[in-house]
Design a binder for this molecule. Structure first.
Ligand code: HEC
Length: 124
């Protein structure tokens, strides 16, 4: 009983914290902030094979127009496409860029890193 109460109390607390941390940024509900150092590590591990020079239809880091096109979709959509994989008009982006132990935050960071290198600012 005591344990139950504790868990529900704790759960409520956690939920409150999560909710309040989503407040910033003026809507959109995206609480993630980019860790570019982690993004670089993930990129070098999993994304570089395709995204450095644009292998198999991937957006190269030097291809600013393609990254602007990506950025326009918004970070939440891009992170989701990277997480689940995405087939578009250029080719096939594999699920998590084949980095199966990567988290959503890892995808977000790697995308932020690539955009930064391409000289494109995330739209949201
Ligand atoms: C096997 C090659 C390959 C690897 C590895 C790869 N990608 Fe991709 N990625 C692609 C291709 C091809 C596309 C273009 C799909 C299209 O728009 O037709 C793409 C598109 C994307 C997009 C745009 C998705 C959208 O909604 O338009 C994002 C974001 C992305 N990749 C992130 C990553 C990240 C992050 C990694 C590393 C964790 C990664 N990719 C690794 C091939 C790859």
């Amino acid at each position: 009983m005591i344990k139950r109460t504790f868990i529900s109390l704790f759960g409520g607390l956690l939920f409150g914290i999560l909710l309040s941390s989503c407040g910033g940024g003026g809507g959109g509900g995206d609480a993630m902030t980019a860790n570019l150092a982690n993004g670089e590590a993930i990129y070098k591990k999993a994304c570089i094979a395709c995204h450095m020079t644009g292998v198999a239809g991937a957006a190269a880091l030097t291809d600013k127009p393609r990254w602007e096109e990506n950025a326009a979709k918004g970070m939440a959509t891009l992170t989701q496409s990277a997480m689940s994989g995405y087939t578009g008009k250029y080719g096939v982006m594999p699920e998590k860029g084949t980095c199966m132990d990567c988290s959503e935050q890892d995808m977000f960071d790697a995308i932020s890193y690539m955009m930064d290198k391409a000289g494109v600012k995330p739209v949201k």
